[in-house]
Design a protein around this ligand. Sequence first.
Ligand code: SF4
Length: 508
Amino acid sequence: MKRVSGKSQRETWKYLREQEVELDVLPRGGHPLWAMLYPARYEVGMANLGYQTIISEMRTLGVGIERFFSGRLSSLSVEAERSISDFPLISASIAYEPDILTLLSVFRGWGISPCPEERESQGQPVFGVGGALSYINPLVFSGVADYVVLGDGEKVVDHLVREARRYVRDGDRSKFRRALAEHPSIYVPPLHDRIILRGEKVHKHRNIIDNLDDARGKSLWVAPSSVFGKTVLVELQRGCRRNCSFCTIPSSFGKPRTRSLARVLEDVSSVDFLEGVQVGLVAPETGDYPALEELLSAVDSLGAAVSFASLRVDNINEAMIKSLARSGRHTLTVAPEAGNERLRRACGKHFSDDLVIERLSMASHMGIRKVKLYFMMGLPGETTSDMDDIARLCGRVRSESGLQVRASVGVFVPKPMTFWEKVEMISDDEAHSRKDRLNKLFRDGPGKGCRVNFQEPREAAVEFAIAWKGVSPANKFLSYPRGKASFPKPGLEQRELLLEQLGLLGYH
Ligand code: SF4
C-alpha cells in the first residue's frame, strides 16, 4: 500500500475538517448541489468573512453548498470530497484582481471553459461571482461569469437560489439568465454586455444592507489552519467615513454602517469555548468603530483574546494596545502609506511623522515589540526625496520607539472610482529602480536595522491591468499573457471607457 506522507495527510480535507469547529447548527446537504470556490489556498479562503457569510446564507436556505479552494485538492470539495464534475452550479468569491488569474487556472485544471457560451454549449456548469471586487468593477467578469451578484450578497441570495432551483429542474439556462437579470443587483454579462456595448443603460445597483444588525456578522467556522489561526471573525462595520485618495472603499462599498455593540457582543458571547480562541474584529478601519472601547473591555471580561487588521496611526489609543498586549500579541500593523507628512496628506491621511513616533512609542512602552509599516511607492507627485523619507521614518521609529521594524512597500495602483483613478502608474522599470534605491537606504542608510520587503512590480502591473478590464467584443482574458510576460498597462482611453461602462451599468 502506498504510504501517505505527513504533509499530504495534513493537507487532506479530512484533517482540516476535523480541526474546524462549526459555530452554528445549520442544515447540511440539501438542494441543489452548489460548489463555492475561493480561488486561493484553504488557509487564505477560510480567513475571509464574506466567503463564510455567503455559505451560511446558502446553507440556511437548504442549498447543498460545498467549499472548493485552489491547490492540490482543488477538484474535491472540503465537505464530502465530492468531485467538481458533480456540481451543476459553481460560484466564486473574488476579493482581489489577481485572484481572477487563479480562478482561470483552477478552471483549466477542472477542464471547464472560462467562457459562458462554451460552458453552455458543452453542458458545463453555470458560473457566478460575488465578493469584494463586484463592488468596485463587476465588468471585469464580462466574458467569464454567467452572473455577478452586485454588492452585499445577503438578500440577493434568496432570488438566486429560487431561480437556480428552477434551472436545475428544467435545465433552461437562457431562462435562468433572464430570471437573474430581473434582479436589480445581479449583472448577467451574456445578456447585459450587448446593451452596454450599444451605449445603453442597464440600471443596476449594488445591494447595500442599511441595517448591518440584519447581517450575520460572524464566521461560521473557527478554522485553526486559516492564516488567522483559531479565530472567530466578527464584523463591526462596512463602508468607511474617510476619503483616502487611493482607496476604493468610500465610493464603492456604501455609506459607513456599523453593527450595534449589543449585536457584536451577542456574537462574541455566543461562542462557548473562547479559551484559546481570539476574536478577529473585521472593519475597513477598526479604530473608527464608535463603541470600540466598550467592546474591548467586554471581550476582555469574557477572557478572549482580540486581533485587529491594520490600524490608522491617528486611531491608536491605550485601550487598543492594552487589549492587544493582554491578548499576547506583540506586533502592531499600521499603514503610514508615505514617508512624510506632505505625501501622506495627499493620500488622505492627515497625521504627522511625530504622531507616528508618539503612538508607536506608547505601544512599545505597553508591551508591543514589533511594528509592520505599510507604504506605497509611485504615489502621484512622489519625488526621490519622498522615497528616501520612507527609510528615514522607519529608522526614526526604530531608534525612538525601540520597536523592531518591518517595512512593506507596495506599488501604487490607480483603481476605478477613487480620487486618483486617472493618474499614471509608474512603469515596471521605474518601480525596479525605486526599489533598488530604497533597498540601499535600508541596507546602508537611514533605514539600517529595519527589515524591508517589496511587492514585485509585475504583480502590481497585473493588478492594474485587471482592475481596468471592462466589456469588449473580444474576451480579453483569453489573450492575457501567461508566465512572466508583461501585462499591458491600461491607458487613459481604456480607463475612461471603463468608467463610462460602469456608468451604463448604473454604478455612478
Ligand atoms: S484606506 Fe482605510 S481609512 Fe482610508 S478610506 Fe480606505 S478604509 Fe478608510
